[in-house]
Design a protein around this ligand. Structure first.
Ligand SMILES: [Zn+2]
Length: 170
């Protein structure tokens, strides 16, 4: 039963099947990891598609695969192979609603896709220049999804302090 889960209706009916890898999704990015991770990343892409179609298109054109890791040190984007390795545990955060978590995660996916797009455009993919540009894209994607989300301010704070080496995570 390899049905395509293309619409919201299909999605509801197909959900149980999807959980068992029996139903393809309409998101053209492979997701590797445990069931909760796959659910989170898939729903983040779908949230992005629903709320900010331009940024969904931008993001799926930049990433071929998202892979779960269990260490922050292993969180990075391979801009050559277009794979984002992400440290997420097998649980939903307790301090955020499901919606808040999905929107924020979707903004991260847009950020990582930006690094790939920059690499492919021959621009500086990482470092201060790349992180500034991609945090700007992340903010734009996040605002496009929900301009009233207070967590958009986290990106604004990152940008305001981006020249301060103590804030650098790369
Ligand atoms: Zn980055």
């Amino acid at each position: 039963m390899n049905q395509q889960c293309a619409t919201e209706e299909d999605w509801r009916y197909g959900w149980a099947a999807y959980k068992h890898y029996q139903c393809r999704t309409d998101v053209p990015v492979a997701i590797e990891g445990g069931p909760i991770f796959r659910e989170q990343i898939l729903e983040s892409f779908q949230m992005l598609k629903r709320l900010a179609p331009y940024w969904y298109d931008y993001t799926v054109r930049g990433l071929d695969k998202v892979v779960q890791t269990f260490s922050y040190a292993d969180t990075y984007v391979d801009t050559i192979n277009r794979v984002f390795y992400l440290d997420y545990g097998e649980h939903w955060p307790v301090e955020l609603t499901r919606y808040e978590h999905l929107v924020f995660t979707a903004s991260i996916l847009a950020h990582e896709a930006c690094h790939v797009h920059r690499e492919e455009a021959g621009l500086e993919a990482g470092g201060l220049v790349g992180e500034k540009a991609c945090t700007e894209r992340q903010l734009e994607a996040h605002v496009a999804m929900d301009p009233n989300d207070p967590r958009t301010n986290e990106h604004r704070e990152t940008l305001a302090n981006i020249h301060d080496p103590s804030t650098w995570w790369w």
